[in-house]
Design a binder for this molecule. Structure first.
Ligand code: ADP
Ligand code: MG
Length: 728
């Protein structure tokens, strides 16, 4: 049997995949833990069912009597699935989900009890909300916050609890969560897109925003995770020399899935399917122990709830399999980080995907309208989009030369580039003749229904068109998709409204509808050209080129968040009815605080580990070398000694250098943190962490990682990256 540096490593070696009982045909249990349409049909009266459907689709209010009916049925269904408790399930600005469980049980006064649940408990609750982040919206003396039922996302049972998706607002009616602005942004995009659709089809009454996320994650053995305080507390390895073998060989990507990981995947997928989360694909990702799962796309609000739920499931099921799942954007320096691609499109009640090229000039005109307007929205509001994906973890990805860069650009592929170039060139300035129009229609008709070039192969673009949808790739793996979706839908809504206004103005001046649309599209194609980039987004040339084009390169979170303080940002969020100025302001405060807290924890853990683990180990090893040298001196001639001790002496000196560097950096880092503690402006504190603390933490790491290479393997106190990543 091999020998191990630690008990933890030995444990990992002996682990077997958990035996997961086959769950049978997915169709037989899919959605069984969800109070979905199918179940509602069975449990609700026709009237209640119609009312809930109406609320789901059109956002109408559900009156009290109906709510009572729904509550009773929901309880009957949930208890039949083993639920004893219920909770309002919501998404406060912590980024995670929150729940507080209450029992259905009510004593009847005769020594017994019954299960009870009524409409008022279903519709609204007042959780003790004073400790959720609120950015100052809710002063502590007015700590009331309400959770309110969101009927558009169905209730579900997990374990013994009925979970009811809710929004979370303050007593003053302000959004305290991610769902409220998401629902508002979706409504704004729906309205704006539906209005624009009237040019093409008067039967369009509703446009649904669709979202298909792809979730990347790392799996680490639980014992090793627990032996790494940095990973356990911050989600990423603050120390650790890169393993000799990382991802150079590309042998992990799409490789056969390791047995233990496979057992885990089957298990969480079954749980996901029971909850009606349509996860469909699984594969190994680029880095060792990195994986991805993706569902079939859904309506954006539901898709986002499902992603939140899935992240929770991943964590729970992983523990059962003696794994820990890392959702951090960059757990391991030198290896690929994890993202959460947000595939986004718009689809009509008439069954049309508005971002799918069509069969004829007319449908392609519609496609081009939504396609070009999306690009124009990105161009005009690239910084807002950048701000939406900002976060301490994602800073290690964006601009770190591997994942999408921090510069926002859009990739559309060569065929569409040609098409847009042709439109830009061939639409005449003056009045168009019938011949001009025919020629243009021909050109537009040439965009094929299925785009031939592999548009999705440019993996370096943060925002890529992939055939029938845009893929926002710069979103971080731990993020709540709603941040990205709020921003994207808001800016697209704004752009579509402006487009409609301009086209209508032309029509009112006597231009024909098609001509008016084409002229406006041409204007947008020209104006937004700078945001289109087809080359390698990771290259240094792109950074230079982007600068020349005047595109922003907001390299860290504090810089990106400052965008949210601009007047233009405030105006657009407020005009689209997504976030009132005070709601936005509160969010900015919360996000800065979040960034600061995360960096603060990292700085503390990093300093502690350096001081308490790494420095003592280095000193112990150095002492051993010193003793060795002294011993040699005792038994050797001067000439012999000089030769025999030279390696040790060199090592002693090298260790000393790194030791004092680590200590100096740790001291400097503590001094900077003390400064931060005395400051009150969150933006300034965040910048201090980004500009002063982070470089010091990186330097501590650099020297510690060198020490890791110098010191006896057996003495090193932390599991090494090669052990974390290659032990299965
Ligand atoms: P890749 O890894 O090449 O990006 P995947 O197949 O893993 O591709 O992911 C594609 C994602 O895009 C899936 O989640 C899928 O459901 C989603 N998707 C496909 N069509 C749409 C659409 N119209 N709207 C939103 N998402 C979509
Ligand atoms: Mg993708």
């Amino acid at each position: 049997m091999p020998t191990f540096r630690s008990k933890a490593l030995e444990d990992v070696f002996h682990r077997k995949p958990l035996v997961v009982e086959p769950a049978g045909k997915i169709s037989e249990f899919y959605g069984e833990n969800v109070f979905n349409q199918h179940t509602m049909r069975e449990y609700l009266t026709d009237e209640a069912y119609e009312k809930v459907m109406d609320a789901t689709i059109n956002g109408t209010r559900i009156e009290r009597g109906i709510a009572d009916q729904v509550a009773t049925s929901m309880k009957d269904w949930a208890t039949s699935r083993g639920a004893t408790h219920y909770t309002h399930w919501f998404q406060p600005l912590t980024g995670a989900t929150a729940e507080k469980h209450d029992s259905f049980m009510q004593p009847t006064g005769d020594g017994r009890a019954i299960e009870k649940f009524d409409g008022s408990l279903l519709v609204q609750q007042e959780p003790d909300a004073s400790s959720f982040p609120n950015g100052g919206i809710r002063n502590t003396f007015e700590a009331r916050g309400y959770t309110i039922w969101d009927p558009s996302s169905p209730a579900f049972v997990i374990g013994n609890t009925l979970c009811i998706p809710t929004i979370f607002i303050s007593y003053t009616g302000h959004a305290l969560d991610n769902k409220v602005p998401l629902l508002r942004a979706i409504a704004a995009a729906d309205k704006a897109a539906t209005d624009v659709c009237q040019y093409f089809d008067r039967d369009v009454k509703k446009v649904t925003i669709t979202l298909g996320w792809e979730q990347e994650y790392f799996l680490i053995d639980r014992a090793l995770f627990n032996a790494r305080p940095d990973i356990a507390l911050t989600g990423r390895a603050l120390f650790g020399h890169a393993p000799a073998k990382g991802q150079q060989l590309d042998d992990h990507y799409f490789g056969s899935i390791p047995d233990r990981a496979m057992a885990f995947m089957k298990d969480f997928e079954t749980e996901a399917h029971r909850l009606g989360i349509p996860v469909a694909t699984r594969h190994n990702e680029v880095a060792p122990n990195q994986f991805e799962c993706a569902p079939i796309f859904e309506e954006a609000n539901l898709a986002n709830d499902h992603n939140q739920l899935l992240m929770d499931l991943l964590d729970k099921v992983a523990r059962k399999h003696d794994f820990r799942v890392l959702l951090h954007e960059k757990p391991f320096e030198g290896l690929n980080g994890s993202g959460k691609h947000n595939n986004w499109s718009l689809s009509t009640n008439t069954g049309v995907n508005l971002l799918k090229p069509g069969k004829n000039p007319k449908s392609n005109m519609r496609f081009l309208t939504f396609f070009v307007n999306t690009i124009a929205a990105i161009h005009k509001n690239a910084d807002i989009l950048r701000a939406a994906i900002a976060g301490a973890g994602n800073d290690h990805r964006l601009g770190a030369n591997e994942a999408p860069p921090a510069i926002i650009s859009a990739f559309i592929g060569s065929q569409l580039t040609e098409a847009l170039d042709a439109l830009e060139k061939n639409i005449k300035a003056g009045k168009m003749t019938p011949d001009d129009k025919t020629a243009l229609k021909l050109e537009i008709g040439r965009i094929p229904e299925v785009l031939l070039d592999n548009t999705d192969r440019n993996r370096t673009s943060p925002f890529a068109f992939t055939g029938n949808k845009f893929e926002f790739r710069a979103v971080g793996s731990s993020a709540n998709c709603s941040n990205a979706m709020i921003a994207l839908n808001t800016i697209v809504a704004d752009q579509l409204i402006e487009f409609k206004k301009n086209v209508d103005a032309r029509i009112n001046k006597g231009e024909k509808k098609d001509e008016a649309i084409l002229k406006e599209l041409q204007k947008l194609i020209k104006a937004s050209k700078n945001i289109r980039f087809e080359g390698n987004g990771y290259s240094d040339e792109w950074v230079k080129e982007a600068k020349k084009r005047g595109l922003s390169n907001l390299v860290n979170t504090p810089q990106a968040l400052s965008v949210l303080k601009r007047k233009e940002t405030r105006d657009i969020y407020s005009a689209m009815g997504v976030l009132a100025p005070e709601e936005l302001e509160a969010r900015v405060e919360v996000e800065f605080e979040n960034y600061i807290l995360k960096r603060q924890i990292e700085a503390r853990v990093g300093a502690d580990l350096a001081q308490n683990h790494i420095i003592p180990t280095a000193i112990a090893y150095q002492t051993r070398l010193v003793e060795n040298v002294k011993g040699l001196k005792d038994i050797m001639t001067a000439a012999e000694f000089k030769k025999a001790s030279s390696t040790q002496v060199k090592l002693i000196k090298e260790i000393s250098e790194h030791l004092s560097a680590v200590k100096d950096d740790v001291d400097a880092l503590r001094a900077e943190r003390k400064k931060a503690d005395k400051m009150t402006d969150v933006e300034k504190i965040a910048n201090l962490y980004a500009d002063k603390v982070m470089p010091l933490l990186n330097s501590v790491r650099e020297h510690s990682d060198r020490l890791e290479m110098l010191i006896d393997d057996e003495m090193w106190p932390l599991p090494k990256l090669r052990e974390l990543l290659f032990t299965r």
